[in-house]
Design a binder for this molecule. Structure first.
Ligand code: HEC
Length: 149
């Protein structure tokens, strides 16, 4: 076995990190594609995945509103998190998912009633709850979610 080559590979941290990152980003959908996991939408994304992307954009907007000293305006049908069809339905059917989903909904509710001075810490609670569920069930997107802090 060629030690020098291994060393050369490890000396390229960028490459090493890229490989790690790819593995990590895929970690939410690692199961083989079974027939049951066929795309639910024409573009291949589950209802839950689309909702999550909208939640991300919505949170980013709230972050900007708070930074500008405005009252944040949550603007999605958040309850859908309880019913949206997931890529891996068994994940969304788990008790862990439900507990995190309900706590997320509570943080949203608190934000909806928040005035500008309270908003920053309530917003942070909301992002913490995104992180909580993702660390438990689906670590891939945590890299993106961190940008919401
Ligand atoms: C109750 C658990 C839970 C909470 C809370 C949660 N997520 Fe997710 N998230 C998931 C699951 C499960 C998926 C995988 C969805 C799928 O592929 O069907 C996902 C997927 C995602 C994705 C990837 C979507 C894609 O393009 O495939 C992003 C980004 C994301 N979530 C961001 C967020 C943000 C931002 C929040 C908070 C505002 C949040 N999530 C809160 C469970 C959660």
């Amino acid at each position: 076995m060629s030690q020098p080559r291994l060393h050369a590979a490890l000396r390229q941290p960028a490459m090493f990190m890229a490989l790690l990152l790819i593995g990590y980003l895929l970690s939410c959908h690692t199961q083989d594609k079974k027939a049951a996991a066929a795309p639910l939408n024409p573009n291949g994304d589950s209802e839950l995945a689309l909702l999550m992307r909208a939640m991300f954009d919505d949170a980013l907007l709230m972050k900007q509103q708070i930074e500008q000293g405005e009252q944040p305006r949550p603007a999605l049908d958040y309850q859908k998190i309880l019913t949206a069809e997931a890529t891996e339905p068994e994940k969304a059917a788990s008790d862990t998912y439900k507990v995190h989903a309900l706590s997320y909904l509570q943080t949203i509710k608190a934000l909806q009633g928040a005035d500008a001075p309270q908003a920053a810490s309530l917003y942070k609670n909301m992002v913490n709850s995104c992180m909580g569920c993702h660390q438990a069930l689906c670590p891939g997107p945590t890299v993106r979610i961190k940008k919401l802090y």
